[in-house]
Design a protein around this ligand. Structure first.
Ligand SMILES: [Zn+2]
Ligand SMILES: [Zn+2]
Length: 264
């Protein structure tokens, strides 16, 4: 079997597809899962260019309730949507107090999607898992955010999650924004599956600077001997540079199909 990840939306454009601030991957293994939708209908346009089989995909995982991952929900329907109960919270950015939550209404959405809200992991197939709420265990991953809920309460973004694909050579972990910490997400994937070997990790790592958290994250991933390390979306250049210098690899671009053969 092959794992295919179609990058439908990411922050960097390719020669064939446009980009936006957002993330949307179509993940194909023993089932097909749309992981996030980006913030516009760009993911659909890019799926058409890439000939990604989005129209026979039945499952949609929403990594968390931020506009850049879920506003594309307006442009599709008739899927089973799996997400954390908090994704519909009204939420704001700290700096400008700008609304950054979803601009889709839950009641309206439930007319178009079968919504399965879960804090617990959900096995979508024998090999693909929605991880649910991520326990925050790593002391070097920040537990505070710059985001706010209505009433100016700090928003811990408890809904932030990822998915994991169980391959023969180890786990392949996919994150959205990793507000919950990319190492916490990897740890939870290992816990949920009972498999400790990690083959790949891809998606937003939410690391901006060359700082202690970035360094500790690199050490953790290195220790696990992860072969494929592909930070994208909300991983900023200073952090991205550190990852590239340690792990090599290529820059994730919208409009790319990444294929990973399962080893036996
Ligand atoms: Zn986010
Ligand atoms: Zn994001």
């Amino acid at each position: 079997m092959k794992l295919k990840v179609y990058v439908l939306t990411d922050n960097v454009a390719s020669s064939v597809c446009k980009a936006e601030h957002g993330l949307s991957f179509l993940v194909v293994f023993d089932n097909q899962v749309l992981f996030d939708t980006g913030q516009t209908n760009l993911f659909l346009e890019n799926a058409r260019i890439l000939e990604a089989p989005i129209h026979d995909t039945n499952y949609l995982i929403l990594s968390h309730g931020h506009y850049d991952h879920g506003n594309g929900l307006k442009f599709i329907d008739a899927m089973k949507l799996i997400c954390h109960p908090d994704v519909f919270n009204r939420r704001f950015s700290g700096k400008e107090h700008k609304y950054v939550g979803l601009d889709v209404d839950e009641a309206e959405l439930s007319k178009r999607f079968a919504i399965h809200k879960s804090k617990e992991p959900v096995w979508i197939s024998d090999k693909m898992v929605y991880l649910g709420e991520i326990p925050r265990k790593m002391n070097f991953e920040k537990n505070t955010t710059t985001f706010y809920l209505d009433g100016k309460m700090p928003d811990p973004i408890l809904d932030d999650t990822g998915m994991v694909i169980v391959m023969n050579q180890g786990l392949f972990v996919i994150s959205g924004c990793a507000h919950s910490g990319i190492c916490n997400i990897i740890e939870h994937a290992r816990f949920v599956t009972g498999i400790s070997k990690v083959f790949g990790v891809m998606g937003g790592f939410h690391l901006m600077l060359k700082n202690n958290q970035t360094q500790k994250t690199i050490e953790y991933i290195k220790e696990l001997q992860v072969e494929v390390v592909m930070p994208s979306h909300c991983t900023a250049l200073p952090a991205l540079t550190e990852f590239y210098q340690t792990f090599g690899g290529e820059q994730v671009k919208a409009g790319t199909l990444y294929t990973f053969d399962e080893q036996f």
